[in-house]
Design a protein around this ligand. Structure first.
Ligand SMILES: Nc1ncnc2c1ncn2[C@@H]1O[C@H](COP(=O)(O)OP(=O)(O)OP(=O)(O)O)[C@@H](O)[C@H]1O
Ligand SMILES: [Mg+2]
Length: 361
């Protein structure tokens, strides 16, 4: 068990700065994800922590012990960290047993100890009975489990994951997400997980660190990021959001602001960060598709609007509708049972608490 601390990490490749002043802490037993689009520096950050990449600046500590600082890097094998890769990296010419035992053998542990640890690790990942199979005789999901068993068998201080599920088919990936997080909770291992998939990060993480262009742009619990995006990028990257431009025209009921949308429609909302509640002028207005609720016509409650239904797309549990409210177009997820039809005029309500105002600078 260990705490990981990354302080002002910088990584450069020639003229490219892949990681720019990234700082975060992963507490003992926590599961934290680095989330962001392709090329934002997630893998580079992870590889630096593992010792597979040299840092150009900053400090990395595990349990207070410096493993990288000022260009001095502790070699990977001395960091007591294991990493699971997207490509599994299971050795095809070795059996499952040999693959998992390898790390223990290089430490010259007694044979009986190795055997006990390997069978425990295989049991943990659900591969009991597969010891004698070769890497080539396994499905992608089974290979991923071998990679996982190999990562946990040496009881490292830290587990690092680089998109470990993205090569699996959708159904298996969904199941493995739950399994992996359940395993992590059971083992209580400090874990750092890289993904570009926001739903994966939301489902699995205690906290998410959102990255863009080599920098951290926001961090918090999945709920924080979902409810309080600090920027257009965060609002768009996490969940389905309608992002509109508006002008704060005044306050409403103390904690809410009254915002005029571009065409004159006025809506009540709350600032993403309460400290900004005195901001007037231009803001971004973020409304999640699922926050738009069908109400009975004639409703006079706050944020009730008459909406013209422009399109209806069946998604299973919900229908995604394009609604026109005055000059404002909004995507709404409405219940699929008794859905509205194209051309209908309906009444919708948007809770002011679900109208997030972002003052982006
Ligand atoms: N060995 C390298 N030499 C030069 N540039 C590199 C090298 N490795 C990564 N980069 C660059 O550093 C930046 C960050 O790359 P990185 O692999 O960390 O991104 P990522 O967030 O993991 O992306 P993805 O989601 O596509 O895996 C990119 O611009 C990439 O082109
Ligand atoms: Mg990557």
């Amino acid at each position: 068990m260990a705490q990981l601390s990354v302080e002002d990490l910088v990584v450069t490749y020639g003229s490219v700065t892949a990681v720019k002043d990234v700082s975060f802490v992963v507490e003992d037993g926590e599961f934290v994800s680095l989330l962001g689009p392709s090329g934002c520096g997630k893998t580079t950050t992870l590889r630096c922590i593992a010792g597979l990449e040299a840092s150009s600046g900053g400090t990395i500590r595990i349990d207070g012990e410096i493993v990288a600082a000022d260009g001095r890097d502790v070699p990977p094998e001395k960091r007591d960290i294991n990493m699971v890769f997207q490509s599994y990296a299971v050795w095809p010419h070795m059996t499952v047993y040999e693959n998992v035992a390898y790390g223990l053998k290089t430490r010259h542990e007694p044979a009986a100890v190795i055997e006990a640890k390997v069978s425990e690790a295989l049991r943990t990942v659900g591969l009991t009975g597969y010891s004698d199979r070769y890497g080539t005789e396994l499905s992608g999901g089974q290979q991923q489990r071998v990679a996982l068993a190999r990562a946990i068998v040496t009881s490292p201080r830290l587990l690092l994951f680089d998109e470990p599920l993205s090569n699996l088919d959708a159904g298996l990936r969904d199941r493995m997400r739950f399994e992996l997080v359940e395993l992590q909770r059971r083992l209580g291992k400090t874990s750092l997980y890289v993904t570009h998939d926001q739903s994966e990060a939301m489902l699995m993480s205690d906290r998410i660190i959102l990255m863009k262009d080599g920098k951290m742009v926001q961090s918090g619990t999945p709920r924080d990021l979902y409810d309080r995006p600090a920027s257009r990028f965060a609002a768009e990257f996490i969940g389905n959001a309608n992002i509109l431009e508006g002008t704060v025209a005044g306050t409403a009921g103390g904690k809410h602001a009254l915002v005029t949308l571009t065409d004159g429609v006025t809506i009540e909302g709350r600032f993403s960060w309460p400290a900004q509640s005195t901001v007037f002028g231009l803001v971004l207005v973020c409304i999640r598709a699922e926050s738009i609720i069908l109400v009975t016509s004639g409703s006079k409650a706050v944020n009730c609007f008459e909406a013209h239904v422009k399109s209806v797309n069946f998604l299973g549990a919900v229908v995604n509708c394009l609604l026109q409210i005055g000059g404002v177009a909004l995507r709404a997820d409405l219940p699929a049972r008794n859905p509205p039809h194209v051309g209908q005029t309906i009444m919708v309500r948007i809770d002011p608490e679900a109208v997030t105002l972002i003052s982006e600078h």
